[in-house]
Design a protein around this ligand. Structure first.
Ligand SMILES: Nc1ncnc2c1ncn2[C@@H]1O[C@H](COP(=O)(O)OP(=O)(O)OP(=O)(O)O)[C@@H](O)[C@H]1O
Length: 279
């Protein structure tokens, strides 16, 4: 067999393996943003915590495939955790929140992607994480993707069996409508249904209860055209930037009445499940 044919055969085998493995997971959501720095990783981590609280504890996994800035372990307080391996399989980090976690950050020295890495190497890292991770018994997988709508996300979509849908994260700035529309049209081209838009840093809640909009009314344009797709508006809240731990975990309280962050994420998580069950 020529080297080329052998390479193609190996690729096809890897793809078949990852499709087979991910086909056992009932719900698979990718989280993307048309542009970087809008809070995609914070949203993914918090959706994970919300799903866990909603009954998926122990059956939910997060694949942090945002290789350019893999920060979910940091937000969940597992930045220095180590992945166990038998040389072939990778075993996700089991967090105390009932979320199994696999992240590119566990493999990157200094937690940053070497600048010299080109497209094929990046896609290989993501693909290897998908094919080698032994999730065990999972009902739901959240996949945090690199910012933008480039080849790396296309690679993710090809290697995951029947993605349930996508969550697009945006901020209510003037350019957000354009960015969200680009993400929505990308999803059409890769045949992944849009399940919801999350508007992050939507507002600031002041001490007197009033609301301020740091980005002005930029979000109104998204609201006008895609309003029915918005499943949550998340406030700007400095606590969200800090790692979750025993003293900073909005989801640990049984009485969530005063916690608008946790309530919003749990509402969004419920809508994602309902959108799939056709409720
Ligand atoms: N709702 C929020 N309130 C306060 N700070 C926030 C909020 N959302 C995000 N941030 C802050 O904004 C920055 C970017 O967040 P995050 O890392 O989640 O973005 P991202 O979209 O995943 O970034 P990248 O595209 O670079 O991977 C972080 O410093 C984070 O702490």
């Amino acid at each position: 067999m020529s080297i080329n044919a052998e390479f193609l055969k190996k690729e096809a085998e890897m793809k078949a393996l990852s499709i087979r493995k991910t086909s056992m997971i009932r719900y698979k959501f990718i989280v993307l943003s048309g542009k970087g720095g809008v809070g995609k990783s914070i949203v993914t981590a918090n959706l994970g915590l919300a799903f866990s609280k909603l009954g998926f504890k122990g059956k939910i996994g997060i694949l942090d495939a945002d290789i350019h800035g893999p920060s979910i372990p940091r937000y969940l307080g597992y930045e220095n955790a180590e992945v166990l391996t038998d040389g072939e399989k990778l075993y996700p980090v089991e967090t105390k929140y009932g979320i199994k976690l696999m992240s590119a950050s566990f493999f990157l020295k200094d937690k940053e992607l070497p600048i010299i890495w080109r497209g094929p190497l990046k896609i290989k890292l993501i693909r290897d994480m998908i094919t080698s991770t032994e999730w065990g018994n999972l009902d739901l997988l959240l996949i945090d993707t690199p910012p933008g709508t480039g080849d790396e996300i296309q690679g993710i979509v090809e290697y995951i069996s029947k993605i349930t849908g996508a969550v697009v994260v945006t901020i209510p700035s003037d350019v957000s409508l354009h960015v969200v529309k680009r993400a929505v049209s990308f999803l059409k081209t890769v045949n992944v249904p849009l399940k919801g838009i999350i508007e992050n840093m939507s507002f600031v809640r002041c001490n007197d209860g009033s609301v301020k909009r740091p980005f002005g009314e930029g979000g109104a344009k998204v609201e006008k055209e895609l309003g029915e797709k918005i499943i949550a508006r998340i406030p700007m809240n400095p606590l969200l930037s800090n790692p979750i731990d025993d003293t900073n975990n909005p989801y640990e309280y049984d009485n969530l009445n005063n916690n608008e962050v946790a309530i919003s994420f749990m509402e969004a998580a419920k809508k994602l499940i309902e959108s799939q069950s056709g409720v």
